[in-house]
Design a protein around this ligand. Structure first.
Ligand SMILES: Nc1ncnc2c1ncn2[C@@H]1O[C@H](COP(=O)(O)OP(=O)(O)OP(=O)(O)O)[C@@H](O)[C@H]1O
Ligand SMILES: [Mg+2]
Length: 259
């Protein structure tokens, strides 16, 4: 059964068509890999699925509901969370506070997060909100960040900041997680850790759409793959078959050579 799908989605930015008539379905419980050369429209698709942008044409359906026109925070409330290609954590807050604020502000940005940050720091320090603090600790443990709990986010090693982004997304209790290049910039050992973390999240029943240029990661982790090229879906199916599809090979070889 599909949990999240697009039907004939097109997205235009002025004269540029970033997505052209894209239909796909993320099945409940699956990990779907989304690949394609630079500029293919991958991030745009996540922006559309998460409500950051609305489609120019076509629909986004989540659990049978048309969410094409919902704002990002409402999409998040429904159960869809995302991470960003460029990490967007709150540098001045601690790791714990980053997760705690995500638990309450559900994708909303604003000055309140600093207030929430200091509120929660006190609440946890004085043990006033044990449930929230225990939940946050559980989330940090699930991405291997418990040792960094009280570090300021700006002091985190890069790989840990990528994990914190995932923890913040999980803090909104999603059913669907959209990951935009969670392994970019990681070394091979860190990539393997990231694979483990993502697999464990999926094993908890969360359906995942993952964009990734690191082929080892995407081939390891995906149940199925879809490929975008100049905004069009050119292939979909079993990872091995898609990887060897002549159209896909051509898209990468004919592109900027980032395969
Ligand atoms: N907000 C925007 N306004 C105008 N053009 C945009 C916008 N967002 C994306 N685009 C354009 O849409 C196309 C697809 O971009 P997108 O970021 O979705 O690609 P991508 O597949 O994620 O690429 P990469 O692998 O480099 O991250 C590009 O030509 C990009 O310049
Ligand atoms: Mg992108």
């Amino acid at each position: 059964m599909a949990i999240l799908e697009t039907k004939h989605v097109t997205k235009n930015f002025g004269g540029l068509t970033a997505l052209q008539d894209v239909s796909f379905a993320l099945e409940k419980g699956e990990v779907m890999g989304l690949i394609g050369p630079n500029g293919a429209g991958k991030t745009t698709l996540i922006n559309i699925l998460s409500g950051a942008f609305h489609p120019s044409e076509g629909k986004v359906i989540y659990q049978g509901e048309d969410i094409s026109r919902l704002k990002a925070n409402l999409v998040n409330e429904r159960g869809i969370a995302r991470t960003f290609q460029v990490v967007r954590i709150f540098k001045r807050l601690t790791v714990l506070e980053n997760v705690l604020t995500a638990m309450v502000d559900r994708g909303k940005d604003g000055p309140w997060r600093l207030v929430w940050g200091s509120f929660f720091r006190r609440a946890c320090a004085f043990n006033q909100d044990r449930d929230a603090c225990a939940t946050a600790d559980g989330l940090l443990a699930s991405v291997g960040l418990l040792d960094y709990r009280d570090e300021r986010a700006e002091n985190l090693p890069y790989a840990m900041s990528k994990r914190l982004e995932i923890a913040r997304a999980l803090a909104t209790r999603p059913k669907v997680l959209l990951l935009d290049e969670p392994s970019s910039g990681l070394n091979p050992a860190e990539q393997n850790e990231q694979i483990k973390i993502i697999r464990q999240i999926n094993e908890q029943g969360i359906s995942i759409l993952i964009i990734e240029h690191v082929m080892k990661v995407i081939m390891d982790i995906s149940h199925r793959l879809i490929v975008l090229h100049y905004g069009e879906k050119i292939a979909e199916g079993e990872p091995e078959a898609v990887y060897n599809d002549p159209l896909v090979v051509e898209a990468y070889l004919g592109g900027e050579g980032n395969a």
